[in-house]
Design a protein around this ligand. Sequence first.
Ligand SMILES: [Zn+2]
Length: 301
Amino acid sequence: MTELDLDVRWYEGTRSRPGRTGPPIQVHRAAPNTIVLRQNITDNFEAPFLYLLFGDERAFLLDTGATADPTRFPLRATVDTLIDRWLHEHPHDGYELVVAHSHAHGDHIAADGQFTGRHRTRLVGHSAEHVAAFFGIHDWPHGTARFDLGGRILELIPVPGHHPSAIAVYDEDTGILLTGDTVYPGRLYVQDFPAFQHSLRTLCDFAAGHPVAAVLGAHIEMPARPFRDFPLGSTWHPDEAPLPLAAGTLQAIRDATLLNDRPGAQRHANFIIWNGPCRRESAAQSVRLLLSRALGRGLGR
Ligand SMILES: [Zn+2]
């Protein structure tokens, strides 16, 4: 498998509203054919991670971030530059780009419009029906589909629960499992709990049969200190937990969902499950955000 470098210091943002540290999009080359991009947290507190994977025939972009405006969030220009650089080293006529999504929430699809009309580019639709049709998943959400980038096979796994059209993407070349908002070091917002339980089972079964080098989600909302989280909405993340999770975390989340299926928040060392609307927890988060801004502390209380 291709070796990965996932040891990154992501920009931590700023405690006050105006001001920015770092570029609008932080670009990290985890491997020559694997790029991790992150939207600047001061532009949008969601600070989503996006992934750009290169094969011989086509590139695959997973997610388009939280901001449509190309002057604030120049995703198309960044991706074009990265593809040009790749093609300079690996010349190929008719190289394609496929733009897919971990799921269709606004912070993962906002810059889709930057790619409309781009030459040799296919955009995957947002509904489960569109995703299933594009990749040829005939019995959604059961089964998986393989998608060939040219000498690099991706496996697409339906994982509804956070969102009806959510998918995970496994890359045979590097062993990364991209899990979107289904699994990441943060608050896992579960909209459909039985579907989420089923999807975690699917992911655990998949990981048991495939070498998973790292589980990479779409956000970080926790600090390195276990059991804590940054206040919801915070644009300042000092000392964030690392992005990669071990494959064993899938089983830990699954076990947690089997032990406790009651609505509300349940806090674990490196993930937090929010089952349902969690109104009390949301209200507490708003207070924490105000306090953290007033007191200048990253975590609030
Ligand atoms: Zn998200």
